[in-house]
Design a protein around this ligand. Structure first.
Ligand SMILES: [Zn+2]
Length: 85
């Protein structure tokens, strides 16, 4: 069951998207940070997504702090809309 052990330490793309603001704030635990970067290094889509988030954060100046989950989701939806337009 070594494959299963690998999977439990591997982030899905959805999990990565949920962690990206914490990552950019440096708010992840060392373990989560490691898993995040491990995913980025092998997933082109998330690598591009992270760079776009970095650019967005630069434009905004900084990240909003302490948003409730629902507001984060709205930001994410707005961001997705911006990407596809
Ligand atoms: Zn990914």
């Amino acid at each position: 069951m070594t494959d299963q052990a690998d999977q439990t330490t591997q982030l899905s793309c959805q999990e990565l998207v949920e962690l990206v603001t914490d990552y950019l704030e440096g708010a992840l635990s060392p373990e989560a940070h490691f898993r995040f970067e491990a995913h980025i290094s092998r997933c082109d889509g998330c690598s591009v997504y992270l760079e776009q988030m970095r650019t967005t954060v630069k434009m905004l100046g900084n990240l909003p702090v302490g948003l409730p989950a629902c507001a984060e989701r709205e930001l994410l939806d707005a961001f997705r809309g911006w990407r596809s337009s």
